[in-house]
Ligand binder design. Structure first.
Ligand code: MN
Ligand code: MN
Length: 248
């Protein structure tokens, strides 16, 4: 949460729709009514990427209070939606435990296969390529709305209504050269800000760059306050911008 807690989530059982889960690998604002994260926040640097193989151990998150519905690895079975990571497996390969944490079901959304396997995976790979070139990246991902189209057609919920299918999947990337005093550098305009908002739909284009929007647009659609650790003047200035630079 280096750039803030977008929903003011707290680790209180009385806050099931805005429950904070903080792990060594990422932080989650979780909505137990939807069975999905509202947002997931993590930082990506070259030291996060190592040789740990993909664990594929999808499982319920033991950190959730027992009062909450527990999404399992079978909750998405036959739904026509992928178990779509928020924090990607390949962003956490330093240690086996780091990779395994990404397979907790609190890190998943029901994601249309074409979104997950094409649009999103290419955005994820592009992000890691920036890190291989000496950048560090703050990543925020989330989803909102109700109803998406997977390989078995349009659905608003799966798992007997326990898991809501989001209509939109978004991500904000703050990309800057590896270094220190990140908040100051970002506020001073030394970072590239990239926000995308995509349909959770089989007809989504594989080209994520055409879905670029402003951070303001995502805040307006979700009610979240993104990048809240930045001074307000910097938020006002930076969040209104839409990245149009070539993607390479
Ligand atoms: Mn994925
Ligand atoms: Mn903001």
């Amino acid at each position: 949460m280096g750039l803030g807690n977008p929903s003011g989530a707290t680790a209180s059982v009385s806050s099931p729709t805005n429950y904070l889960l903080v792990k060594p690998q990422f932080a989650i604002g979780y909505n137990a009514q939807r069975g999905t994260p509202t947002w997931v926040s993590w930082h990506l640097a070259s030291t996060d990427m190592g040789a740990a193989p993909r664990q594929d151990d999808f499982r319920p998150d033991p950190a959730l209070p027992r009062e909450f519905y527990s999404v399992t690895r079978n909750s998405y079975s036959g739904s026509g939606f992928d178990k779509g990571h928020n924090c990607p497996s390949a962003d956490r390969t330093r240690e086996l435990d780091d990779n395994s944490a990404t397979f907790l079901m609190t890190n998943m959304i029901p994601q249309a296969a074409n979104n997950n396997q094409r649009t999103w995976s290419s955005l994820e790979e592009w992000t890691r390529a920036q890190v291989q070139r000496g950048q560090e990246v703050y990543v925020l991902m989330g989803s909102y709305g109700k109803g998406g189209t997977g390989t078995a057609g349009f659905k608003t919920t799966i798992d007997n209504g326990h898991v809501t299918v989001p209509a939109r999947v978004w991500k904000v990337l703050v990309i800057l050269p590896e270094g220190t005093n990140d908040v100051q550098r970002i506020a001073a305009g030394q970072a590239r800000l990239l926000a995308v908002d995509t349909p959770n739909d089989q007809s989504v284009s594989p080209d994520w760059s055409q879905y670029r929007v402003s951070v303001d647009a995502i805040e307006a659609a979700t009610g979240l306050d993104l990048l809240s650790k930045l001074p307000l003047a910097a938020q006002d200035r930076l969040e209104a911008l839409v990245d149009t630079a070539p993607v390479r």
